[in-house]
Design a protein around this ligand. Sequence first.
Ligand code: ADP
Ligand code: ZN
Ligand code: ZN
Length: 682
Amino acid sequence: MAVDAPRHSAVGTLLDYASERALPAGTLVQVPLGRRQVPGLVWESASDSPLAANRGTAPLRPVTAVLDALPPLPADWRALVEFAATYYQRSIGELALSVLPPDLRKLDNTQLLRRLSKLPQSAAPVETSSPRPEPPTLNEEQRAALAALAVADRPALLHGVTGSGKTEVYLHAAERVLEQGRQALVLVPEINLTPQLEARFAARFPGRVLVSLHSGLTPAQRLRHWLMAHLGLADLVLGTRLAVFTPLPSLGLIVVDEEHDPSFKQQEGARYSARDLAVWRAHHLGVPVLLGSATPSLESWQRVQEGRYLRLPLDQRIGGGALPRVRLLDMRPLSRSSAGSGDSRQERVLAPELLTAIEERLARGEQSLLLLNRRGYAPVLHCSACGWKSGCPHCSAWRVFHKQDRSLRCHHCGLSEPVPRACPECGNLDIAALGRGTEKLQEQLASLLPSARVGRIDADTTRGVGELAQQLRAVHDGDVDVLVGTQMVAKGHDFRRVTLVAAVNPDTALFSSDFRAPERLFALLMQAGGRAGRDAAQADRSEMWVQTWNPGHPLYAALKKHDYIAFAQTQLQERKAAGLPPFAALALLRADARSAQAAAAFLQAAADLVLEQAAPGITVYAPVPPQVAKVADVERMQMLVESPTRGALQRCLAQWLPALHGLRAQHKGLLRWAVDVDPLAI
Ligand code: ADP
Ligand code: ZN
Ligand code: ZN
């Protein structure tokens, strides 16, 4: 039985229970664990469990309840869970139960039967009166991609810029599978950011059953959709990373849209990559997998170079629309000319040329989109008399000034307080906001362009249910002339009237300590640029402006030419020289403690254990604090483990991690530890 217990606790492996009748593998049950009742899944049948034979005299505890209203989870699903648990170093039970819909754990057999009886009874295409929209005739590249996919013997990477017709290829590939009576699974980064995609699939396949799976659903909806997939009643599943674990009895195709997107990596618990698991699952089942992106992850790109993935190029934008012209705006002369006039660089947030370009759009009734990856009004408040800054008392981070509700908010622990009237240290009344966030940019634009309707979309404006959809609609309906936003607005939206996209201050990512920061910046800027000129009629007027203090940077040179391939090539050379992924495999051991010393001591002791293993090729780096070391009074440290191959890393982790469980007892100050295999953010 797989029960929900962490891998490194004493009950991390499969447990044995007694049942009067034979239970097939994959059956959901309730079992006693200690004094609790917990959900479990039958993993192996009794006769072939090695534990059963070795059990000796201790009597097995009986299964409390069998939820056999639910058809057993199939073998291929169990294989996927078992692989993921092993690879990401979790227990099978913990992973298996965490990827089931939460409601499933709460229902008894009768309740479950009732839910099942409410589902539609067949997946047969229903007659609908709505006419099926005529799909466009595919172009040469799209036809070639589909033909290649049909016979591909390895994962396919559909590589094309925004508007090159990738989604149309997904739709055709899905159609082929549906016609064979099989199911298709489409994974997207964040479904609430792309409601249009769901609508497009639904419109293309009227009469077919499409369900979505993501964290925005109510628990009841999520269970219902999951059950329809599991019972084979749904033809198409569209979901976020968690949907990779959907049981699908007749799965025929997996699509991963925007495969480079970091949100495919789970950031807590079992830190799995849904993209990588999708590839594993498709391979295991022998069905095609299609990864799509304008800026593939360097991992996938390197696999194309090695011939392990097949590249399917879409080099033309549909309708021949040009990509926006990229203009690099050298901000250095501007900062120099205003040197000496106080914090002038703050005020000159927008170059005069950019302002003029926005005014031109305004006059023509077109829209502009300004990207700034920092929400709030100003990242920090500052007292010029004594040097006080608005630090968070519980985190190693500044509290951000939010003007709308005049609060100082920590974005890490959530602490929020009213803005002090005077400096809390010296009483000075003149405390100033340093730097700028989206709120301030919106305010400045509104005062510089009094006739413009300036909108803003970021995590602060979209907290409430439906707020994001409503704000996006306002942009589509033309109720906004200038839109300010974080990277949220760079994704997926099909804004027809945007002809100018500007990145206000993207340089910080060039000098980040995270080696993946340039890759993410390039993808973000390419994606943001793709928002401009989606309407071919306006495409040749479309521009992407980048304000930079480093106009000579090779990343921007590649961006100017929309040259992903050149960018990927230089990045891969650098990664190879530095021995970084995809030329090495990494794992990150994290430790949280009351003091940095305690966290470091645990990691150091853990490092000593690896050295004792004398694993060939394994390098363990010194423990270091992450970018924000303290959060909510917890000190965090991390330690990188590097290996030349994934296989060697897996062997090392399998030996090493069980020993850390014992080590924990000797480190009293330690709160928790966790391992992140193939970490994305370092
Ligand atoms: P991507 O997913 O790469 O951004 P889409 O598939 O959304 O590209 O295509 C962009 C637009 O062009 C969509 O409105 C789509 O309906 C349309 N389109 C796609 N392929 C064709 C085609 N072969 N002929 C005409 N229009 C097409
Ligand atoms: Zn002061
Ligand atoms: Zn804080």
